[in-house]
Design a protein around this ligand. Structure first.
Ligand SMILES: Nc1ncnc2c1ncn2[C@@H]1O[C@H](COP(=O)(O)OP(=O)(O)OP(=O)(O)O)[C@@H](O)[C@H]1O
Length: 338
């Protein structure tokens, strides 16, 4: 597919998170969870399993830091049009793998393709323009620019922090109007339209995540990669964010996300890939992965405890910052506590 191709239609301003299958814009096929499940029905639950229509194929991708092998992925395929979760314990190599796939880091060896085009040695902004964008664990919105300015920068692809600091007018050029129209459409979709003139630094953690997701869509991507989209998001915004991620699939996009929040993984993913110590150790549907003894041993057993603690800490922090998002009723004692 050519770099300037427009694989997906511009989401309409009123298009909020949608549910239920719709018709895919490029393939004419039905999208949604049922279609994704059908597409993956014959895929065996084993590491490196071949997919019927992979958008990304990676082979022998390795990355070491000193003596530590952070990533050592022999073979992995990401199915087009579905939501795939990439899970694994802390330090498993998930973010490093994201960095490699999107050109934010270079591997020691290996190759990977997107829509059949090798991305080895492609700079991150070129990867973005090809239709593969990502967000970051710690959002990279620019605090001292307005929400709208952050969005317009998204149209240029992702070149990293130094690029963002470049003189802005030069970048917008003649495309400013078109980009502004699209930015406003996306801000409306993500319910941030009332904040376009606010500095991004004034947004809450969850709103920054929404802004980063909206900004990623400025290049009309085919594949959206989200690194821990739920981290630091208050419970009230989590449902909205989940809806937005699902709506990407309904619009025909492919989603690959890293997440520790197992509720989110169970709720929205069609397929789960598990990494541990740099390698893919398991793949399968959410149900099969949650029941896989190797995964429980390597990750889930230990991680469920961490999850609860983290969530409690998050909620406590949010109460301090924003007040109680659930309202006073959340503090009412239960019958047995009275
Ligand atoms: N720039 C770096 N320099 C040195 N070591 C690094 C670097 N980046 C990552 N690592 C190491 O590589 C390993 C994989 O890290 P990575 O962040 O990819 O894991 P992860 O699965 O994303 O973890 P988490 O879930 O905690 O985010 C870790 O041991 C980490 O300390």
């Amino acid at each position: 597919m050519p770099a300037d191709a427009t694989p997906n239609p511009t989401p309409t301003p009123e298009a909020g998170p949608t549910t239920g299958p719709t018709t895919g814009p490029t393939t004419g096929t039905t999208t949604g969870h049922a279609a994704a499940a059908a597409a993956l029905a014959q895929v065996p639950s084993e590491p490196g399993a071949a997919k019927p229509d992979p958008i990304v194929i990676a082979d022998n991708v390795k990355r070491s830091f000193g003596g530590l092998t952070a990533v050592d992925v022999e073979h992995v395929e990401i199915q087009r049009g579905v939501i795939t979760a990439l899970i694994g314990p802390n330090g498993a190599g998930k973010t490093t793998f994201f960095n490699l796939l999107t050109g934010f880091d270079q591997p020691d060896s290996g190759d990977w393709s997107f829509n059949g085009t090798s991305l080895r040695k492609k700079a991150s902004h070129k990867v973005a323009r090809l239709g593969m964008v990502r967000t970051f664990q710690l959002t990279k919105v620019l605090s001292k620019l307005t929400v709208l300015e952050n969005m317009r920068l998204g149209a240029t692809g992702q070149r990293g922090e130094s690029f963002w600091a470049a003189p802005l007018k030069f970048l917008w050029g003649g495309q400013e109007d078109e980009n502004t129209v699209r930015a406003r459409e996306l801000l409306a979709r993500f319910k941030l339209d009332g904040k376009e003139k606010d500095f991004a630094g004034s947004l809450s953690g969850g709103q920054r995540k929404l802004l980063e997701m909206a900004r990623a869509l400025m290049v009309r991507p085919e594949l959206v990669m989200l690194d821990e989209p739920m981290a630091g998001v208050n419970p009230a915004l989590k449902q909205s964010l989940l809806g937005h991620v699902k709506s990407l699939r309904e619009d025909g996009m492919t989603v690959l996300f890293v997440e520790h929040d197992m509720d989110m993984v169970r709720d929205i993913s069609d397929w789960v890939i598990v990494m541990a110590q740099g390698k893919v150790i398991a793949e399968g549907t959410p149900d099969s992965i949650m029941a896989d003894e190797r995964v429980i041993d390597a990750y889930l057993g230990a991680h469920h405890d961490v999850d609860i603690t983290e969530m409690e800490r998050e909620i406590e922090q949010e109460h301090l910052e924003y007040g109680d998002p659930m309202g006073d009723s959340a503090h009412q004692p239960r019958e047995e506590e009275k």
